[in-house]
Design a protein around this ligand. Structure first.
Ligand code: CA
Length: 223
């Protein structure tokens, strides 16, 4: 299971991608604007980015350029027009790991996604911090291991992802929607209580005071 950011302004393509990747067990976030895409790609919360070139805000080349110049090594697959050799060359020179000419079959894209994720796992330098420490919890992101006061705590894949986003934002309030989006993907009914249930699980594992409910706003992981 990987967290994949899709930066694409054509809804038809992004929903096709999101649907297919979810069916493969990945969690997807879709943004339609280059500026938002850059912010999200820099957050360290995604394992891979699928980036369109023609985007409002910033175009894909600018997003890629800023992402790399700010030191992010997150794998990026660029979507290019099939007839544009120049786009493809520029994308690869600008720091893309791979490209996919449009239109494409999902199976072709999936093969590249798998390859890039495998390579990123083999390469520790993906730009994601290796360890998070907050509120007495230590999270080793590679290997994925949590310890409290030196004692290892078992976390499921979702619990780990939830802990990771909380710890990356320790001391800040995160809304249910933000947590749903990052951990489960937004297909979930926003009225679902899955976040509350999982926060309950984490409190049992990290202590009742580890996560505070902020009424009407969401949850805060206490640093
Ligand atoms: Ca576009």
């Amino acid at each position: 299971m990987a967290r994949i950011l899709i930066v694409e302004d054509e809804d038809r393509i992004s929903s096709f991608l999101a649907k297919g990747l979810k069916a493969e067990g990945h969690v997807t976030t879709v943004v339609r604007d280059g500026r938002q895409g850059l912010d999200d790609a820099l957050s360290g919360l995604h394992d891979l980015v699928i980036l369109d070139i023609g985007l409002p805000g910033l175009d894909g080349f600018e997003v890629l350029d800023q992402l790399r110049s700010q030191g992010s090594k997150v794998p990026v697959i660029v979507l290019t027009a099939r007839d544009s050799v120049t786009d493809t060359v520029s994308a690869l020179e600008g720091g893309a790991d791979d490209y996919m000419p449009k239109p494409f079959r999902f199976a072709e894209l999936l093969a590249r996604v798998r390859l890039r994720l495998r390579q990123a796992q083999a390469d520790p330098a993906t730009g994601v911090p290796e360890r998070l420490d907050a509120g007495g919890v230590r999270l080793d992101l590679r290997p994925r291991r949590a310890t409290v006061a030196g004692k290892e705590v078992d976390l499921s894949a979702r619990e780990f992802m939830l802990t990771e986003i909380f710890m990356l934002n320790a001391g800040q309030v995160l809304s249910r929607e933000q947590l749903l989006d990052h951990v489960w993907g937004l297909d979930f009914d926003p009225g679902s209580n899955v976040v509350d249930v999982y926060v309950g699980y984490l409190r049992k594992k990290f202590g009742a005071g580890s996560i505070t409910t902020v009424r009407g706003m969401g949850y805060r992981f206490n640093a």
